[in-house]
Ligand binder design. Structure first.
Ligand SMILES: C[S@@+](CC[C@H](N)C(=O)[O-])C[C@H]1O[C@@H](n2cnc3c(N)ncnc32)[C@H](O)[C@@H]1O
Length: 281
């Protein structure tokens, strides 16, 4: 079904005036694709969708959740995790405490990957890890830490790439999954172990409207595969928020296909797969 530009604008406006959400500065193409999916899944015309959003708050909340794209995985892009282990975390390891914020953490796999990495490096006890997302369902899933086993073999491939290279295995033996997960093949589940689950703080946070609500500075902010949904104006606002929330000389990681152009490219210096906040700013 073809949705016109005017209809998209009208929908964004209705959501904006009837709720706390503002999609005005999301990139049009992917936003349109998600709206088309919502329309098809609910078997509604776009007019009926707009009418229902005006009057049905619960439906509006559900629609907002359906509009967000939540794809994620454990140790997604293993090279980023290898860079974290070999370059970023060694620079933080002598601090008394370390604060890490995963903005747009979806269902939590990225956060648990970080906790596993911190545990392997002996840094877990002195690190505060925050996971936030606009989508309340994803925050609840993050807290549960229960994932499907089937179709997620990539989690274990990534885990092995990061922790079980031939050199690693020769040095310390194979790091096994059961240190961190209970795998129940009959129920088709991967369950994160309790000692990891009790560590992170998960909460909803909207990068469009909310500021640094934590009242602390961060040593590392990770916001991957979120900025691709935002236009340049909104990206710059988010970079401003991250820049203000980071300690000097601390780190930002964004998605492999995202980059900082515009005013923050001089304040956050690119170093391969990550950015470092320049001391003089
Ligand atoms: C594709 S997932 C990325 C998950 C994870 N960071 C990763 O790279 O695997 C994008 C996430 O961004 C969240 N998101 C979208 N708009 C947001 C906003 N305004 N504020 C916070 N999170 C947002 C979505 O709900 C979704 O969970």
């Amino acid at each position: 079904m073809d949705i016109t530009d005017d209809e998209i604008l009208k929908l964004v406006e209705i959501i904006k005036v009837t709720s706390k959400y503002d999609f005005s500065d999301y990139t049009e193409k992917s936003f349109r694709r998600r709206v088309e999916k919502v329309v098809a899944d609910n078997k509604l015309s776009i007019d009926d969708l707009i009418k229902r959003l005006k009057t049905d708050k619960i439906f509006l909340e559900k629609t907002v959740r359906d509009i967000t794209v939540n794809t994620t995985e454990m140790f997604r892009d293993p090279n980023v995790w290898i860079t974290l282990r070999d370059k970023i975390l060694p620079e933080l390891k002598n601090k008394d405490s370390i604060n890490i914020w995963h903005a747009g953490c979806s269902s939590g796999q990225e956060v648990y990957s970080m906790l596993i990495m911190l545990n392997e490096l002996g840094l877990i006890d002195k690190t505060n890890v925050f996971g936030t997302d606009i989508n309340t369902d994803m925050i609840e899933e993050s807290k549960r830490g229960i994932y499907k086993y089937q179709f997620n073999s990539i989690y274990f491939e990534n885990f092995d790439t990061v922790f079980n290279s031939p050199e690693d295995v020769e040095k310390r033996g194979k790091l096994t999954y059961d240190k961190y997960f209970t795998i129940d093949k009959n129920k088709d589940l991967i369950l994160v172990k309790d000692f990891l689950k009790k560590k992170p703080f998960f909460r909803t946070h909207d990068l469009v409207n909310d500021d640094n609500v934590f009242g602390i500075f961060f040593d590392l902010i990770i916001c991957r595969n979120v900025l691709i949904y935002f236009n340049n104006k909104l990206q710059n606002r988010v970079f401003d928020l991250f820049h203000r929330s980071l300690f000097p000389d601390s780190f930002l990681i964004i998605g492999m296909h995202e980059s900082i152009l515009g005013p923050f490219s001089t304040r956050l210096e690119k170093r391969g797969l990550y950015y470092k906040k320049r001391h003089e700013y």
